[in-house]
Design a protein around this ligand. Structure first.
Ligand code: ZN
Length: 146
């Protein structure tokens, strides 16, 4: 994949064709029921229950579905929400966002750019430079510790 190609698509706000495509049955086989519920059915794990909400270990958080690098532990902060929270993605273009108006709320959904896995939502009340808080389900992530 050319890095330039994927970034172009994201900067223009277009939905980039996912590189990893699998059938529903394949995802079901590959993922645990909870992972499947979150990343393929846009589910949300209960707060304070996931594997990483309170993790402070150094490392790289990868997409549980395709292994793409999504977030860096250096950008993780304690939001008090019970979900892993990050100020920014690991790199521009590794995630993309879509408007989500489900449950009578106006939210912005965060998805893996490579496989379209639902990761969580992004809010604009974060402490970082861009003011963003990426609120991500543990079930969508796999921490590769350094
Ligand atoms: Zn992915």
């Amino acid at each position: 994949m050319s890095k330039r190609g994927s970034q172009q698509g994201d900067q223009q706000g277009n939905v980039v064709e996912p590189e990893v495509r699998k059938s529903d049955a394949e995802w079901r086989r590959q993922l645990t029921p909870e992972q499947y519920h979150v990343v393929r059915k846009k589910g949300t794990e209960a707060p304070f229950t996931g594997a990483y909400w309170n993790t402070k270990d150094d490392g790289t958080y990868r997409c549980v579905a395709c292994g793409s690098e999504l977030f860096d532990a250096a950008d993780k902060f304690d939001s008090g929400t019970g979900w892993p929270s990050f100020t920014a993605p690991a790199a521009a273009g590794c995630v993309h966002t879509e408007a989500d108006n489900s449950f009578f709320m106006r939210r912005t959904e965060v998805l893996c750019s490579r496989c379209e896995a639902h990761l969580g939502h992004v809010f604009d009340d974060g402490p970082g430079r861009g003011g963003q808080r990426y609120c991500i389900n543990s079930a969508a992530l796999n921490l590769e510790r350094r």
